[in-house]
Structure formats: C-alpha cells, structure tokens
Write a protein that binds this ligand. Sequence first.
Ligand code: GLV
Length: 309
Amino acid sequence: MTRIVFCASHTDPRRWIEGLARHLPDSSVTDFDPEDATPADYAVVWAPPAVLFEKQTHLKAIFNLGAGVDALTRMPNLPADVPVVRLGDAGMSVQMAEYVCHAVIRHSRELDRFEADLRCHEWRFRKPTIRAQFPVGVMGLGAIGRRVAGALATFEFPVFGWSLGAHAIPGVQCFCGSEGLAPFLRSVRILVCILPLTAATDSILNRQNLSQLKDDAYLINVARGAHLVDQDLVDLLAEGKLAGATLDVFREEPLPAGHPFWGDARIVMTPHIAARTLREDSLAQIAGKILQLERGLPIDGIVDRARGY
Ligand code: GLV
C-alpha cells in the first residue's frame, strides 16, 4: 500500500487528507506525526518542519502545496536525491492574472483617486489616462508569468517581459539574462514581480534596479517578500521616483506591527492571497502524479535543484 504523509501547518489537514484518500483509495494518508516511525512513500507539504525529513527517510517524492518552493529549497536537510514537485498552475495562473490586471488597471485608470474623491463626496472628473503611458513589465515568465503578461496584452498595455532564459510570447517584448535587465527596466513604468525566489533573485527589487524604471513608476510584487528591499521602496516613494505599490507578499508574514508599509496610502497590501492554492485542483494534480510515479511513468513539475525552481 502506498503511504502518504501530509504536513502543512497553514491549513486544516482533514479535508486534504480526506481528499487525497478519495483520489487514491489504495493508499494510506496520514497527518505527519513525529512519533510515528512508519516510513511514507510520498510527502505532501507546505513549509514543513525539519523533523519531517529526519523521520521520513524513504520518500520517493515530495509534493509542494504551492508554486514557489523556496521554503523547501532553503531547508538544510531537504534530501538531495528525492524529487521535489511544485504545483503546476492548479488554478493559480488565472487568479494571478486577475490580481495583477486589477492592480495595473486600478493604478493606471486612477480608480484609487476616484474612490478617494467619492469618499469625500466629491464628484470630480479627471483627464483620461493613456494606456501607452503605462508600459508594464513582467519579471518571471514561467506558466504564471506568461499568463499574466498575455492577460495584460489583451488590455492593450505595452507589455515587456524579463526572465533568466529566453522566451517568445505573442504581444510581449521579451528580454532575458543579466544583460537584458537594464533595457527591460528602462522600458517599464509598472513593474510586476512573479519571479521564483532563489539566490539570484533575492532582493532583486532594490534601489539600483527600481531606479531604472520610468518616472512615476509603480511596483506590484506577487512573488515573495524577500525579492523586495523594503527600505528601498520606502525611500523611493519618499523621493517621488515611485508613485506607489501593490504588495501581496512580505519578508515577514503577517507584516509586523510598526512596519513602515502600514498606513502608507500609496501602498496597497493584501495578505498573500493573490493566487490561492485551490484544494480540489491541487488534490487532483498531486494524486494524478502519484499514480504516474507508482506506474513508473514520468511526471512534470519536478524542481531543478541547481536552478532553485
Ligand atoms: C504561493 O505563494 C505559492 O507559492 O503557491
């Protein structure tokens, strides 16, 4: 019998465990218990404690309940020879496209200003804004980034993309690699970060890079808080280089009391909800991959450990 251990403290495990058992009736699915020494074949996890890999040493694969695997890859005792599988789309791309398009449109159409006027009972028109004056740049062109860039292009924003490797996306002018970063940033007024968090992308949203954006720039970070140097954002807002930001992710979550982002009306914040892990989609995907592996078939979504995503 295939044994699966579930380990995610951010969610009620019961529905996940029941769902996995429903999809895989010939398996035993249990919540991780450090006292239970029964070896499992697969682990389904989100930000697990180190003790999981001390106790479970016979895993055939580790399934991450999200797109970003940085919480796993930074664990010193993550077994080097066990495949780590990230969630592929599972309903996340469309959510991310909605979230980013909403943030871009809210800013570029000045909907935040209209809302503020109306809250003060002021019926005020503004000159129409011009789409061409809001070129948007998407950093990270994986499945999610490509969907976001494509969705922005359908609204006829000038769209630019940047990633480590080369990509071709209809309607999107793509740049790549370190030599492509400066020309990409200089083309962009609204910068969207959807990068995986790796040693190469940690703190990439820093003063040096953000200063290269067009004037009156706007930042949207839906990737990881550690991509952004918080103080650089605070300073660039104070200097007027940046007009504002929409942030869904933070270095420390929940954002600590007293953090300078709290109470700054130019920073729109949400509590890491831009793309939720949808249980049914994720369960079907993970169960399907476990069945494939059990039949000796290849699966997609295995993380390249050297790249970090
Ligand atoms: C969410 O942050 C994810 O990585 O899926």
